[in-house]
Design a protein around this ligand. Structure first.
Ligand code: 4AD
Ligand code: MG
Length: 431
């Protein structure tokens, strides 16, 4: 009798018979011996079938297995120093669950469009598996940090009657006889929840009909949005840097093999410790002008600016206090300089761009009402948001961490599309 186990756990069964369930990743044969590379989601192991030991019939089953055929294999676990996992399986019997048709994704190089058309199959390769594992660990680390710091998770709605960020980027949909939008950010709802629970966070998708085809933009992306009552600008930044440092450390500790699969330079990640460097928007503009960028006070940064600024540092960089005119209507003005707001963007190193956008929020009723008028926002759909400033309003702050950009940076991948299982980009809704 053999125990059914996973490749990750074969070490517990050295010298014993086990059954593994998985897929054929690759195969080599030398007439009398076949080497089956089997994967099961937890790892990869070489299974060795010797004709003289397994007999004609089993050997023929091994020979019939094509790339990605599903199978059950039983054999004896042998420690082997040369094997990447440290173990090999000496095959006793094999059952083909399904013989795969010729797999479109061979082990050679393919073009990106082809791979994206076959995303449902591309997910199986070690690199994509590593990225999915890292994503899961980033999500776990965020929850671990926030749950451990007194935050309560609250889930805001995805269908909304109003917008939170730029109204030109809304996905419109019909809500029976009413117009509705897919959420761009749960922030406003999280502000309401923070007035109930103090510290809250959400973790879910956001939708933006952005016509940007860059390696940093998705149409559907995930955001982590903490919101905190009685927390002002300074403390907001401290929580962000601690959270991001925790996430990086967690991934370094839990995804060693995955980072190796991706060829990530982990020494760069090891430097990510709080506190993070800070520049004011003013200082950033000065620096850019001194380095021959054509930019003036009041302009927003583009990605070349962000990359140049961030490249000066070996850890994420905060840029704080942007001009009020180029930031969202809800941001609290700096009391000593109302032309700038108490906000910050966190830029990842190595050219990955903005991974967090956050700010202190306006808590004064009159000021917020004035902003609604200036921005011509329909008061009826936002009445509830203004209400929050009537009943025990307090200074409060929050931020949104873009999950895929964070994963792309930590994993060191070129393009954000690989940081989510099924990316939605400007020209892609399939599969
Ligand atoms: O800076 P943003 O637009 O901020 C907000 O939405 C705030 N309401 C969040 C808050 O304060 N609760 O977006 C936050 C982050 C960005 O820094 C970026 O990392 C990510 O979300 N992001 C995108 N990621 C991928 N594709 C896109 N199109 C993104 N747009 C924003
Ligand atoms: Mg932003």
């Amino acid at each position: 009798m053999s125990t059914t186990t996973s490749i990750a756990r074969v070490g517990d069964f050295a010298g014993q018979a086990v059954t593994l369930e998985g897929w054929l990743y690759n195969k080599r044969s030398s007439g009398k011996i076949q080497f089956l590379q089997v994967r099961d989601g937890t790892g990869l192991i070489q299974c060795v079938a010797v004709k003289a030991e397994v007999g004609e019939e089993t050997f023929a089953v091994c020979a019939s297995l094509t790339q990605e055929s599903s199978l059950r294999v039983t054999g004896i676990v042998r420690a082997d120093e040369r094997a990447p996992s440290g173990y090999e399986l000496t095959v006793q019997s094999v059952e083909a669950v399904q013989i795969a048709e010729e797999y479109p994704i061979s082990l050679k190089e393919h073009g990106v469009d082809f791979l994206m058309d076959n995303r449902h199959l591309w997910l199986r390769v070690p690199r994509q598996r590593a990225l999915l594992r890292i994503r899961a660990e980033v999500e776990r680390a965020v929850a671990e940090y926030l749950d451990g710091s007194g935050f309560t998770r609250v889930d805001p709605p995805l269908l909304t009657p109003s917008s939170c960020e730029d109204t030109t980027e809304l996905f419109h949909t019909q809500y029976f006889d009413q117009e509705a939008y897919l959420t761009q950010s749960g922030q406003m709802y999280m502000e309401a929840a923070a007035m109930s629970l103090g510290k809250v966070y959400s973790a879910g998708p956001a939708f933006r009909a952005e016509k940007s085809k860059t390696r940093r933009h998705l149409i559907e992306f995930w955001m982590i949005e903490p919101e905190m009552a009685f927390v002002e600008h300074e403390e907001n930044l401290r929580i962000q840097e601690q959270m991001v440092a925790h996430v990086v450390k967690h991934v370094l500790n839990h995804c060693e093999e995955e980072l190796r699969t991706l060829g990530r330079d982990v020494s760069a990640l090891a430097k990510v410790e709080a506190p993070f460097p800070r520049l004011s928007y003013d200082e950033a503009i000065d620096w850019l002008q001194k380095h021959d960028f054509d930019i003036k006070w009041g302009d927003d940064f583009g990605s070349p600016h962000e990359t140049a600024l961030a490249n000066q540092f070996d850890r994420p960089l905060f840029i704080e206090r942007y001009p009020t005119a180029i930031k969202a209507f809800y941001m609290q003005p700096d009391p000593s300089r109302p032309e700038v707001v108490l906000c910050a963007d966190m830029l990842a190193p190595e050219g990955y761009g903005e991974i967090i956008g956050g700010s202190q929020r306006i808590h004064d009723y009159e000021l917020l009402k004035k902003r609604f008028e200036e921005h011509k926002l329909p008061e009826d759909t936002y009445a509830w948001y203004l209400d929050l400033r009537k009943y025990g309003s307090v200074p409060h702050s929050g931020f949104g961490l873009g999950l895929e950009r964070t994963i792309a940076w930590i994993s060191g991948i070129e393009h954000i599309r690989e940081a989510i299982a099924f990316p939605r980009t400007l020209y892609r809704l399939y599969p």
